[in-house]
Design a protein around this ligand. Sequence first.
Ligand code: ZN
Length: 495
Amino acid sequence: MPLFVSVSPHPPGPLTSDPNSDPHPTLTFIQMKNATVFAALGAAILASSATAQTAQRHQEAQLQEPVIQVGGQSFGTWQEFQQSTTFKSLGLRCGLPPADPNFRFPASDCSGSSTTIKPEYNPANGLIQIPVVVHVIMNGAGTQGVISDAKVQSQIDILNEDFRAMAGTNGAGGTDTMVQFYLADRDPSNNPTTGITRSMNNTWFNDGGTYYNSLAWDTNRYLNIYTNQAGGALGYVPSLPQGGLVGSNSDRVVILWSTFGLNGPFGPPYNKGRTATHEVGHYLGLYHTFQGGCASAASCYTNGDRICDTNPDGGSHFGCPNTSSCSSPDPVKNYMEYTDDLCMDNFTPEQTNRMRCTIEHFRPNLARPPAACVAAGVTHRIAGSNLDVYTATAPVIGQNVTFTVDTSGFQFAQIFGVGSALSRPLDSGDWLLINIDSTILFNSGLLSGPIAQTSAVIANDPSMCGITIYTQAKLVNGTPRPLRLTNSQDLRIGN
Ligand SMILES: [Zn+2]
Protein backbone atom coordinates (compact mmCIF):
# COMPACT_ATOMS: atom_id res chain seq x y z
CA MET A 1 0.00 0.00 0.00
CA PRO A 2 1.45 3.33 -0.96
CA LEU A 3 2.37 5.69 1.81
CA PHE A 4 1.26 9.29 1.74
CA VAL A 5 3.18 12.00 3.48
CA SER A 6 2.21 15.60 3.51
CA VAL A 7 3.65 18.52 5.32
CA SER A 8 1.55 21.60 5.68
CA PRO A 9 2.68 24.72 7.45
CA HIS A 10 0.77 26.09 10.34
CA PRO A 11 -0.94 28.42 9.73
CA PRO A 12 -1.58 27.60 6.08
CA GLY A 13 0.66 29.35 3.64
CA PRO A 14 3.71 28.78 1.49
CA LEU A 15 6.08 26.17 2.80
CA THR A 16 9.07 28.33 2.12
CA SER A 17 10.13 31.43 0.35
CA ASP A 18 11.37 29.24 -2.49
CA PRO A 19 9.67 30.66 -5.58
CA ASN A 20 9.51 27.18 -7.04
CA SER A 21 7.63 25.70 -4.15
CA ASP A 22 3.95 24.99 -4.27
CA PRO A 23 2.11 27.72 -2.36
CA HIS A 24 -0.47 25.20 -1.21
CA PRO A 25 -0.07 22.35 1.23
CA THR A 26 1.38 19.49 -0.70
CA LEU A 27 0.47 15.84 -0.80
CA THR A 28 3.57 13.86 -1.52
CA PHE A 29 3.62 10.31 -2.76
CA ILE A 30 6.35 8.04 -1.57
CA GLN A 31 6.76 4.68 -3.20
CA MET A 32 8.19 2.48 -0.51
CA LYS A 33 7.13 -0.29 1.78
CA ASN A 34 9.55 0.86 4.38
CA ALA A 35 12.27 3.40 4.58
CA THR A 36 15.05 0.91 4.14
CA VAL A 37 13.93 0.35 0.61
CA PHE A 38 14.98 3.73 -0.64
CA ALA A 39 18.53 3.18 0.46
CA ALA A 40 18.55 -0.18 -1.24
CA LEU A 41 17.16 1.26 -4.41
CA GLY A 42 19.81 3.90 -4.31
CA ALA A 43 20.11 7.50 -5.13
CA ALA A 44 19.04 7.24 -8.76
CA ILE A 45 15.44 6.72 -7.78
CA LEU A 46 15.60 9.32 -5.09
CA ALA A 47 16.64 11.93 -7.59
CA SER A 48 13.34 11.67 -9.35
CA SER A 49 11.13 10.66 -6.46
CA ALA A 50 9.25 12.84 -4.08
CA THR A 51 11.17 11.46 -1.13
CA ALA A 52 13.92 13.97 -1.58
CA GLN A 53 11.43 16.82 -1.79
CA THR A 54 9.82 15.64 1.38
CA ALA A 55 13.17 15.48 3.08
CA GLN A 56 13.87 19.02 1.98
CA ARG A 57 10.52 20.18 3.27
CA HIS A 58 11.31 18.42 6.47
CA GLN A 59 14.15 20.87 6.95
CA GLU A 60 12.30 23.89 5.69
CA ALA A 61 9.10 23.22 7.53
CA GLN A 62 10.92 22.48 10.75
CA LEU A 63 11.32 26.19 11.25
CA GLN A 64 7.61 26.83 10.86
CA GLU A 65 6.07 24.46 13.39
CA PRO A 66 4.57 22.31 10.67
CA VAL A 67 1.74 19.89 10.85
CA ILE A 68 3.11 16.64 9.49
CA GLN A 69 0.84 14.04 8.02
CA VAL A 70 2.26 10.58 7.46
CA GLY A 71 0.21 7.58 6.47
CA GLY A 72 -3.02 9.30 7.51
CA GLN A 73 -1.65 10.39 10.88
CA SER A 74 -0.91 13.97 11.92
CA PHE A 75 2.00 15.17 14.01
CA GLY A 76 2.44 18.67 15.36
CA THR A 77 6.21 18.69 15.32
CA TRP A 78 9.01 16.65 13.83
CA GLN A 79 10.02 15.66 17.34
CA GLU A 80 6.56 14.22 17.89
CA PHE A 81 6.79 12.36 14.60
CA GLN A 82 10.21 11.03 15.49
CA GLN A 83 8.88 9.61 18.74
CA SER A 84 5.97 7.93 17.00
CA THR A 85 5.46 4.32 16.05
CA THR A 86 5.10 5.51 12.47
CA PHE A 87 8.65 6.86 12.45
CA LYS A 88 9.77 3.59 13.96
CA SER A 89 7.90 1.47 11.45
CA LEU A 90 9.40 3.45 8.60
CA GLY A 91 12.88 2.76 9.91
CA LEU A 92 13.86 6.40 9.45
CA ARG A 93 16.40 6.34 12.27
CA CYS A 94 18.66 4.44 9.93
CA GLY A 95 18.35 3.54 6.27
CA LEU A 96 20.52 0.43 6.25
CA PRO A 97 18.90 -1.80 3.64
CA PRO A 98 18.14 -5.44 4.43
CA ALA A 99 20.76 -7.91 3.30
CA ASP A 100 20.12 -9.70 0.03
CA PRO A 101 19.11 -13.21 1.13
CA ASN A 102 20.72 -14.63 -2.00
CA PHE A 103 24.07 -13.01 -1.34
CA ARG A 104 26.83 -15.40 -0.31
CA PHE A 105 28.97 -13.66 2.26
CA PRO A 106 32.69 -14.30 1.92
CA ALA A 107 33.98 -16.56 4.65
CA SER A 108 35.85 -14.90 7.48
CA ASP A 109 35.77 -14.59 11.25
CA CYS A 110 33.32 -11.73 10.77
CA SER A 111 31.26 -12.59 7.72
CA GLY A 112 27.78 -11.37 7.04
CA SER A 113 26.42 -14.62 8.43
CA SER A 114 28.56 -15.28 11.51
CA THR A 115 31.12 -13.98 13.97
CA THR A 116 34.05 -15.87 15.46
CA ILE A 117 35.51 -14.05 18.43
CA LYS A 118 39.31 -14.29 18.51
CA PRO A 119 41.97 -12.68 20.70
CA GLU A 120 43.76 -11.30 17.64
CA TYR A 121 40.89 -8.85 17.16
CA ASN A 122 41.00 -7.54 20.71
CA PRO A 123 41.71 -3.84 21.30
CA ALA A 124 44.92 -4.76 23.14
CA ASN A 125 46.46 -5.48 19.74
CA GLY A 126 46.89 -1.80 19.09
CA LEU A 127 45.40 1.50 18.08
CA ILE A 128 43.71 1.66 14.68
CA GLN A 129 43.58 5.16 13.19
CA ILE A 130 41.15 5.80 10.37
CA PRO A 131 41.39 8.86 8.07
CA VAL A 132 38.07 10.49 7.34
CA VAL A 133 37.03 12.78 4.53
CA VAL A 134 33.78 14.66 5.13
CA HIS A 135 32.00 15.77 1.97
CA VAL A 136 29.65 18.59 2.94
CA ILE A 137 26.96 18.83 0.26
CA MET A 138 24.83 21.96 0.27
CA ASN A 139 21.89 22.92 -1.88
CA GLY A 140 22.64 24.75 -5.09
CA ALA A 141 22.32 28.15 -3.48
CA GLY A 142 24.55 27.21 -0.57
CA THR A 143 21.82 28.16 1.89
CA GLN A 144 21.02 24.70 3.27
CA GLY A 145 23.31 21.98 4.47
CA VAL A 146 25.93 24.47 5.61
CA ILE A 147 28.32 22.91 8.14
CA SER A 148 31.33 24.73 9.56
CA ASP A 149 34.79 23.22 9.92
CA ALA A 150 34.31 23.39 13.69
CA LYS A 151 31.07 21.41 13.44
CA VAL A 152 32.83 18.79 11.33
CA GLN A 153 35.58 18.53 13.93
CA SER A 154 32.96 18.19 16.68
CA GLN A 155 31.61 15.10 14.91
CA ILE A 156 35.09 13.57 14.71
CA ASP A 157 35.47 14.30 18.42
CA ILE A 158 32.18 12.55 19.21
CA LEU A 159 33.20 9.49 17.18
CA ASN A 160 36.39 9.33 19.21
CA GLU A 161 34.58 9.85 22.52
CA ASP A 162 32.27 6.95 21.67
CA PHE A 163 34.72 4.54 20.04
CA ARG A 164 37.41 5.24 22.63
CA ALA A 165 34.99 5.32 25.61
CA MET A 166 36.70 8.49 26.71
CA ALA A 167 36.45 9.46 30.36
CA GLY A 168 34.01 12.21 31.14
CA THR A 169 31.90 11.62 28.02
CA ASN A 170 28.58 9.91 27.36
CA GLY A 171 30.44 6.80 26.19
CA ALA A 172 32.80 6.52 29.16
CA GLY A 173 31.19 3.31 30.34
CA GLY A 174 31.47 1.51 27.01
CA THR A 175 34.24 -0.52 25.44
CA ASP A 176 37.38 1.25 24.29
CA THR A 177 37.57 -0.18 20.77
CA MET A 178 41.04 1.31 20.23
CA VAL A 179 39.66 2.55 16.92
CA GLN A 180 39.84 6.27 16.37
CA PHE A 181 39.25 8.75 13.60
CA TYR A 182 40.98 11.82 12.25
CA LEU A 183 40.22 14.24 9.47
CA ALA A 184 42.49 13.22 6.63
CA ASP A 185 45.64 15.31 6.50
CA ARG A 186 46.64 14.09 3.03
CA ASP A 187 44.38 13.80 0.03
CA PRO A 188 44.63 10.87 -2.41
CA SER A 189 47.39 12.76 -4.27
CA ASN A 190 49.30 13.15 -1.00
CA ASN A 191 48.71 16.89 -0.85
CA PRO A 192 47.93 18.52 2.51
CA THR A 193 44.20 18.77 3.16
CA THR A 194 41.69 19.70 5.81
CA GLY A 195 39.83 16.45 5.13
CA ILE A 196 36.69 18.43 4.23
CA THR A 197 35.19 19.05 0.79
CA ARG A 198 32.22 21.27 0.02
CA SER A 199 29.85 21.09 -2.92
CA MET A 200 26.67 22.92 -3.91
CA ASN A 201 24.22 20.87 -5.95
CA ASN A 202 20.47 20.52 -5.45
CA THR A 203 20.31 16.94 -6.73
CA TRP A 204 23.22 15.82 -4.59
CA PHE A 205 21.85 17.67 -1.56
CA ASN A 206 18.66 15.66 -1.92
CA ASP A 207 20.80 12.51 -1.98
CA GLY A 208 20.14 12.09 -5.69
CA GLY A 209 22.54 11.39 -8.48
CA THR A 210 25.79 9.51 -8.16
CA TYR A 211 27.54 12.30 -6.27
CA TYR A 212 29.98 9.77 -4.86
CA ASN A 213 31.33 9.10 -8.35
CA SER A 214 32.38 12.74 -8.45
CA LEU A 215 33.42 13.21 -4.84
CA ALA A 216 34.69 9.94 -3.37
CA TRP A 217 38.26 9.63 -2.25
CA ASP A 218 39.68 6.11 -2.59
CA THR A 219 37.27 4.16 -0.43
CA ASN A 220 39.92 1.56 0.32
CA ARG A 221 41.92 4.25 2.11
CA TYR A 222 39.39 6.75 3.46
CA LEU A 223 36.15 6.66 5.39
CA ASN A 224 34.02 8.84 3.11
CA ILE A 225 31.23 10.61 5.02
CA TYR A 226 28.69 12.69 3.11
CA THR A 227 26.27 15.14 4.68
CA ASN A 228 23.06 15.94 2.81
CA GLN A 229 19.37 15.07 3.19
CA ALA A 230 20.30 11.38 3.54
CA GLY A 231 17.32 10.26 1.49
CA GLY A 232 14.85 11.06 4.25
CA ALA A 233 16.58 9.00 6.93
CA LEU A 234 18.83 10.32 9.68
CA GLY A 235 21.64 8.34 8.11
CA TYR A 236 22.52 5.21 6.21
CA VAL A 237 25.21 3.08 4.66
CA PRO A 238 24.47 1.22 1.40
CA SER A 239 25.44 -2.11 2.98
CA LEU A 240 27.80 -3.68 5.45
CA PRO A 241 31.37 -3.97 4.11
CA GLN A 242 30.90 -7.72 4.02
CA GLY A 243 28.51 -7.06 1.13
CA GLY A 244 31.34 -6.36 -1.28
CA LEU A 245 31.17 -2.61 -1.86
CA VAL A 246 34.58 -1.72 -0.38
CA GLY A 247 36.71 0.01 -2.98
CA SER A 248 33.74 1.18 -5.03
CA ASN A 249 32.85 4.85 -5.05
CA SER A 250 29.49 4.06 -3.48
CA ASP A 251 31.13 2.80 -0.27
CA ARG A 252 30.09 5.54 2.11
CA VAL A 253 28.38 6.80 5.23
CA VAL A 254 25.59 9.34 4.63
CA ILE A 255 24.37 11.53 7.47
CA LEU A 256 21.44 13.95 7.52
CA TRP A 257 23.32 17.23 7.62
CA SER A 258 21.26 18.69 10.48
CA THR A 259 22.15 15.80 12.80
CA PHE A 260 25.86 16.00 12.02
CA GLY A 261 28.22 17.09 14.77
CA LEU A 262 27.47 18.45 18.20
CA ASN A 263 24.21 20.40 18.62
CA GLY A 264 23.13 20.23 15.02
CA PRO A 265 20.11 22.30 13.99
CA PHE A 266 17.87 19.20 13.89
CA GLY A 267 17.69 19.56 17.65
CA PRO A 268 16.90 16.91 20.29
CA PRO A 269 16.88 13.99 20.47
CA TYR A 270 19.26 13.56 17.52
CA ASN A 271 21.71 16.40 18.02
CA LYS A 272 24.56 14.75 19.90
CA GLY A 273 26.27 13.22 16.89
CA ARG A 274 25.36 9.59 17.49
CA THR A 275 23.68 9.09 14.15
CA ALA A 276 27.23 9.05 12.82
CA THR A 277 28.43 6.71 15.59
CA HIS A 278 25.64 4.28 14.69
CA GLU A 279 26.30 4.45 10.94
CA VAL A 280 30.06 4.08 11.36
CA GLY A 281 29.22 0.98 13.41
CA HIS A 282 27.54 -0.40 10.29
CA TYR A 283 30.49 0.80 8.18
CA LEU A 284 32.68 -1.42 10.38
CA GLY A 285 30.44 -4.46 10.03
CA LEU A 286 27.90 -4.27 12.85
CA TYR A 287 24.24 -5.16 12.55
CA HIS A 288 21.44 -3.62 14.57
CA THR A 289 21.11 -5.22 17.98
CA PHE A 290 17.51 -6.09 17.10
CA GLN A 291 18.47 -7.88 13.88
CA GLY A 292 16.44 -11.09 13.91
CA GLY A 293 14.44 -10.10 16.99
CA CYS A 294 14.21 -12.50 19.91
CA ALA A 295 15.21 -15.44 17.70
CA SER A 296 18.74 -14.16 17.97
CA ALA A 297 18.98 -15.65 21.46
CA ALA A 298 19.71 -19.04 19.89
CA SER A 299 23.05 -19.60 18.15
CA CYS A 300 23.84 -15.98 18.71
CA TYR A 301 27.03 -15.95 16.61
CA THR A 302 25.18 -17.11 13.52
CA ASN A 303 21.88 -15.26 13.67
CA GLY A 304 20.55 -11.94 14.88
CA ASP A 305 23.37 -9.42 15.10
CA ARG A 306 25.94 -12.28 15.12
CA ILE A 307 27.03 -11.13 18.58
CA CYS A 308 26.41 -12.91 21.89
CA ASP A 309 27.14 -10.21 24.42
CA THR A 310 24.33 -7.98 23.18
CA ASN A 311 21.10 -9.16 24.72
CA PRO A 312 18.49 -10.43 22.27
CA ASP A 313 16.34 -7.52 21.26
CA GLY A 314 12.75 -7.94 20.12
CA GLY A 315 12.75 -4.79 18.01
CA SER A 316 14.04 -1.27 17.75
CA HIS A 317 13.42 1.21 20.55
CA PHE A 318 13.03 4.97 20.62
CA GLY A 319 13.53 7.43 23.41
CA CYS A 320 15.36 5.68 26.25
CA PRO A 321 13.02 3.03 27.63
CA ASN A 322 13.66 0.49 30.37
CA THR A 323 12.25 -2.55 28.62
CA SER A 324 12.65 -6.30 28.29
CA SER A 325 11.46 -7.93 25.12
CA CYS A 326 13.16 -11.34 25.08
CA SER A 327 13.25 -12.31 28.78
CA SER A 328 16.23 -10.04 29.33
CA PRO A 329 16.76 -6.27 29.41
CA ASP A 330 16.85 -4.75 25.95
CA PRO A 331 20.23 -3.29 24.96
CA VAL A 332 18.67 0.12 24.45
CA LYS A 333 21.89 1.96 25.27
CA ASN A 334 23.88 0.25 22.58
CA TYR A 335 24.98 2.48 19.69
CA MET A 336 23.41 -0.02 17.28
CA GLU A 337 19.90 0.56 18.64
CA TYR A 338 17.52 3.33 17.50
CA THR A 339 17.28 5.21 20.79
CA ASP A 340 17.97 8.88 21.50
CA ASP A 341 21.48 10.20 21.11
CA LEU A 342 21.77 10.83 24.84
CA CYS A 343 20.61 7.29 25.61
CA MET A 344 23.28 5.53 23.59
CA ASP A 345 26.54 4.93 25.40
CA ASN A 346 28.28 1.71 24.45
CA PHE A 347 29.64 -0.85 22.06
CA THR A 348 30.17 -4.26 23.66
CA PRO A 349 33.48 -6.18 23.73
CA GLU A 350 32.21 -8.60 21.08
CA GLN A 351 30.98 -5.81 18.84
CA THR A 352 34.47 -4.37 19.19
CA ASN A 353 35.99 -7.73 18.25
CA ARG A 354 33.78 -7.92 15.18
CA MET A 355 34.59 -4.36 14.08
CA ARG A 356 38.34 -4.89 14.36
CA CYS A 357 37.98 -8.19 12.51
CA THR A 358 36.02 -6.35 9.80
CA ILE A 359 38.77 -3.77 9.42
CA GLU A 360 41.41 -6.50 9.11
CA HIS A 361 39.50 -8.63 6.60
CA PHE A 362 37.30 -6.22 4.67
CA ARG A 363 39.00 -2.85 5.02
CA PRO A 364 42.67 -3.86 5.18
CA ASN A 365 43.98 -0.65 3.61
CA LEU A 366 41.92 1.77 5.65
CA ALA A 367 43.88 2.17 8.84
CA ARG A 368 46.97 4.33 8.88
CA PRO A 369 48.35 6.98 11.18
CA PRO A 370 48.34 10.69 10.34
CA ALA A 371 51.24 11.81 8.20
CA ALA A 372 54.47 12.58 9.98
CA CYS A 373 54.69 16.13 11.16
CA VAL A 374 56.99 18.56 9.37
CA ALA A 375 59.65 20.69 11.01
CA ALA A 376 58.41 24.01 12.31
CA GLY A 377 59.94 26.97 10.52
CA VAL A 378 59.93 30.71 9.95
CA THR A 379 60.54 32.43 6.61
CA HIS A 380 61.43 36.12 6.72
CA ARG A 381 60.34 38.39 3.88
CA ILE A 382 60.55 42.13 3.37
CA ALA A 383 59.98 44.51 0.52
CA GLY A 384 59.77 48.21 -0.29
CA SER A 385 59.82 50.66 2.55
CA ASN A 386 58.48 48.23 5.13
CA LEU A 387 60.31 48.26 8.46
CA ASP A 388 62.36 45.23 9.43
CA VAL A 389 61.30 45.17 13.11
CA TYR A 390 59.07 42.11 13.47
CA THR A 391 60.08 38.61 14.59
CA ALA A 392 58.21 35.44 15.53
CA THR A 393 59.30 32.13 16.95
CA ALA A 394 58.79 28.87 15.08
CA PRO A 395 55.28 27.47 15.71
CA VAL A 396 55.47 24.02 17.29
CA ILE A 397 52.23 22.11 17.86
CA GLY A 398 51.22 22.19 21.49
CA GLN A 399 53.57 25.08 22.29
CA ASN A 400 53.54 28.85 22.40
CA VAL A 401 54.56 30.96 19.47
CA THR A 402 55.76 34.46 20.42
CA PHE A 403 55.44 37.55 18.26
CA THR A 404 57.65 40.60 18.90
CA VAL A 405 57.67 44.06 17.32
CA ASP A 406 60.10 46.90 18.00
CA THR A 407 57.70 49.84 18.05
CA SER A 408 60.35 52.56 18.40
CA GLY A 409 58.92 55.84 17.14
CA PHE A 410 55.38 54.50 17.10
CA GLN A 411 52.58 54.25 19.59
CA PHE A 412 51.19 50.79 18.85
CA ALA A 413 51.83 47.66 16.85
CA GLN A 414 49.24 45.23 15.59
CA ILE A 415 50.03 41.77 14.26
CA PHE A 416 47.89 39.89 11.76
CA GLY A 417 48.09 36.35 10.49
CA VAL A 418 46.19 34.51 7.79
CA GLY A 419 46.33 31.01 6.40
CA SER A 420 45.53 32.10 2.90
CA ALA A 421 47.90 32.25 -0.01
CA LEU A 422 46.28 35.59 -0.81
CA SER A 423 48.82 37.14 1.49
CA ARG A 424 51.81 35.80 -0.38
CA PRO A 425 52.55 38.78 -2.66
CA LEU A 426 54.60 41.40 -0.94
CA ASP A 427 54.91 44.60 -2.90
CA SER A 428 56.83 47.76 -2.21
CA GLY A 429 55.30 50.68 -0.38
CA ASP A 430 52.67 51.03 2.29
CA TRP A 431 49.99 48.59 1.58
CA LEU A 432 48.49 45.95 3.73
CA LEU A 433 49.78 42.48 3.26
CA ILE A 434 46.68 41.10 4.89
CA ASN A 435 43.89 40.78 2.39
CA ILE A 436 40.66 41.75 4.09
CA ASP A 437 38.86 38.99 2.22
CA SER A 438 41.04 36.38 3.86
CA THR A 439 40.13 34.47 6.93
CA ILE A 440 42.08 36.15 9.67
CA LEU A 441 43.52 33.47 11.89
CA PHE A 442 45.29 35.83 14.20
CA ASN A 443 44.84 39.46 15.18
CA SER A 444 46.79 40.67 18.17
CA GLY A 445 44.86 43.87 18.69
CA LEU A 446 46.82 47.00 19.54
CA LEU A 447 50.03 46.28 21.43
CA SER A 448 52.03 49.02 23.10
CA GLY A 449 55.82 49.25 23.05
CA PRO A 450 58.62 50.00 23.05
CA ILE A 451 58.95 46.25 22.53
CA ALA A 452 55.46 44.93 21.83
CA GLN A 453 55.08 41.24 22.43
CA THR A 454 52.31 38.67 22.52
CA SER A 455 51.99 34.93 22.22
CA ALA A 456 49.49 32.25 21.32
CA VAL A 457 49.30 28.51 21.74
CA ILE A 458 49.37 26.29 18.69
CA ALA A 459 46.83 23.53 19.29
CA ASN A 460 48.32 20.12 20.00
CA ASP A 461 46.70 18.73 16.87
CA PRO A 462 48.84 16.79 14.38
CA SER A 463 46.53 17.88 11.58
CA MET A 464 47.95 21.39 12.05
CA CYS A 465 51.33 20.14 10.85
CA GLY A 466 52.44 21.69 7.61
CA ILE A 467 49.99 24.60 7.67
CA THR A 468 51.66 27.95 7.02
CA ILE A 469 50.35 31.11 8.67
CA TYR A 470 51.40 34.30 6.92
CA THR A 471 51.94 37.03 9.50
CA GLN A 472 52.87 40.68 9.40
CA ALA A 473 52.64 43.68 11.71
CA LYS A 474 51.61 47.25 11.20
CA LEU A 475 52.76 50.21 13.26
CA VAL A 476 50.42 53.08 14.10
CA ASN A 477 50.91 56.49 15.69
CA GLY A 478 47.38 57.54 16.45
CA THR A 479 45.72 60.51 14.78
CA PRO A 480 46.03 60.94 11.88
CA ARG A 481 47.21 57.33 12.14
CA PRO A 482 50.03 57.15 9.64
CA LEU A 483 50.73 53.49 9.02
CA ARG A 484 53.95 51.66 8.43
CA LEU A 485 54.09 47.99 7.63
CA THR A 486 56.76 45.64 8.82
CA ASN A 487 58.47 42.69 7.27
CA SER A 488 56.44 39.49 7.20
CA GLN A 489 57.07 36.15 8.90
CA ASP A 490 55.71 33.01 7.27
CA LEU A 491 55.17 30.50 10.06
CA ARG A 492 55.08 26.83 9.18
CA ILE A 493 53.48 24.80 11.95
CA GLY A 494 55.38 21.66 12.79
CA ASN A 495 57.26 19.92 15.54
ZN1 ZN B 1 21.31 1.35 11.49
